[in-house]
Ligand binder design. Structure first.
Ligand SMILES: *[C@@H]1O[C@H](CO)[C@@H](O)[C@H](O)[C@H]1NC(C)=O
Ligand SMILES: *[C@@H]1O[C@H](CO)[C@@H](O)[C@H](O)[C@H]1NC(C)=O
Ligand SMILES: *[C@@H]1O[C@H](CO)[C@@H](O)[C@H](O)[C@H]1NC(C)=O
Ligand SMILES: *[C@@H]1O[C@H](CO)[C@@H](O)[C@H](O)[C@H]1NC(C)=O
Length: 376
């Protein structure tokens, strides 16, 4: 009677488990464009092709050619895609809600979307929306209905945070790494404070916090941020900016470990999505890609195919010439979709790493709690 026996027992009776429901009946997600499933575009229409071309065949509110990592996570846990909280038509919140919007920050933006390009739906607003969501459930669907979950869902749900990238990158060109580093401790403490709020006010008990991606490898920042060629590493990524990301991630990890000690019975997992994204940029060919630091959808060609004046899907008159972006016809060969966001193919590999448990600290046996579904 041993582990081996137990393993054989599982193999011998797969049907016992095939229909088992995952223990997370819902996901509530807080984030930015990396995990937006249509929130921003519900408020500020409308997204254009080629966004969505690979999987949805039309714009679907994701900052990608197809699914975002959060879509694959939902699929892996056997749940439908998350409806954006801000989407009033066609949404179904029985299995959670997505509060993420493109260009969201952790800290309150100090200017308008129309000035700075930052979303008004920063983390504090997303938390307010989460609290409002719960009040509405208590009022309208204590037992659950066709659109809303039952009121006991909040303690059983998985709360995911994938936010902070815009706090980090938003002012880099302007005030540089030393300037940004002054407020990063506040970014991390705000994430920690938000988790405590959900723990105390909503009874949340399971939290996952994604760390920051190696933005020094993104075509957009390689084009836009000042750097010398001596700042490029052997993979063509900017050393200084990537080191600053590592410093941020360490601070996040340390703070979360202190937060963990303050939350009895909670599971708080730091998710190292950075390592798998870095690996894709450094060794794209080992993972079925052709291009690492070159965007699929963009303008200008060259090493990065990114033009800061014309974003993917747009056109603009520059010096009397109508400049439009173009889109590769093989996004599966690219890590970067539009210079900032990952392709569906890259998102899938990130989600796979999350679902298989290899990115969790401390280790968290997701596959033990859930009957994981294939994410094809
Ligand atoms: C919402 O999704 C749940 C679970 O998939 C389903 O049972 C319910 O019928 C859906 N509601 C609507 C209005 O489609
Ligand atoms: C580039 O290198 C020069 C000389 O070492 C230095 O003065 C300058 O600050 C560097 N610029 C950037 C953006 O790192
Ligand atoms: C510029 O080109 C795009 C794509 O071909 C087109 O949709 C748009 O109407 C053009 N704009 C102008 C001002 O000609
Ligand atoms: C988990 O997924 C990651 C990313 O795809 C991969 O590198 C790793 O080998 C996988 N680990 C296991 C144990 O399957």
């Amino acid at each position: 009677m041993s582990f081996l026996f137990f393993a054989l027992l599982i193999l011998a009776s797969p049907s016992t488990f095939t229909d088992a429901r995952c223990d997370f009946p819902a996901i509530f997600n807080f984030g930015d464009s990396n995990s937006d499933t249509g929130g921003f575009w519900a408020a500020f229409p409308a997204q254009k092709l080629p966004f969505g071309m690979t999987y949805f065949g039309k714009p679907a509110g994701r900052a990608s050619d197809g699914r975002a990592a959060i879509d694959f996570i939902a699929q892996g846990l056997g749940l439908p895609f998350l409806s954006p909280y801000l989407q009033s038509i066609g949404s179904n919140f029985t299995h959670g809600a997505n509060f993420a919007t493109a260009a969201s920050t952790v800290l309150l933006p100090m200017t308008s979307l129309f000035v700075s390009g930052l979303s008004p739906f920063s983390l504090a607003i997303q938390l307010n929306q989460m609290k409002e969501f719960r009040s509405r459930v208590l009022e309208f669907s204590p037992q659950g209905n066709y659109y809303l979950p039952p009121k006991d869902i909040f303690s059983k749900s998985l709360y995911i945070f994938d936010i902070g990238q815009n706090d980090f990158t938003g002012r880099l060109a302007d005030i540089g790494i030393p300037g940004v580093k002054k407020y990063l401790p506040q970014v991390v403490s705000t994430i920690s404070w938000t988790i405590k709020e959900i723990y105390n006010e909503l009874g949340g008990r399971t939290f996952m916090v994604f760390n920051l991606a190696p933005v020094g490898c993104f075509p957009a920042f390689l084009t836009e941020l000042p750097h010398n060629t001596s700042d490029l590493d052997m993979y063509g990524c900017m050393i200084s900016y990537n080191n600053a990301v590592l410093d941020y991630n360490k601070m996040l990890k340390d703070t979360l470990s202190q937060t963990r000690d303050q939350l009895p019975d909670a599971t708080l997992v730091y998710v190292d999505t950075h390592s798998v994204k870095l690996e894709l940029f450094q060794h794209p060919k080992d993972h079925g890609f052709v291009y690492g630091t070159r965007a699929c959808c963009g303008e200008g060609g060259g090493e990065y195919n990114f033009n800061p004046l014309v974003f993917c899907g747009n056109s603009k008159e520059i010096n009397g010439k109508n400049i439009s972006t173009s889109t590769c016809d093989d996004p599966q060969n690219y890590v970067s979709w539009d210079g900032i966001h990952a392709t569906e193919a890259a998102n899938k590999i990130v989600a796979f790493g999350i679902l298989n448990g290899s990115l969790f600290d401390p280790p968290f046996p997701l596959s033990k709690y859930c009957d994981l579904h294939p994410i094809g």
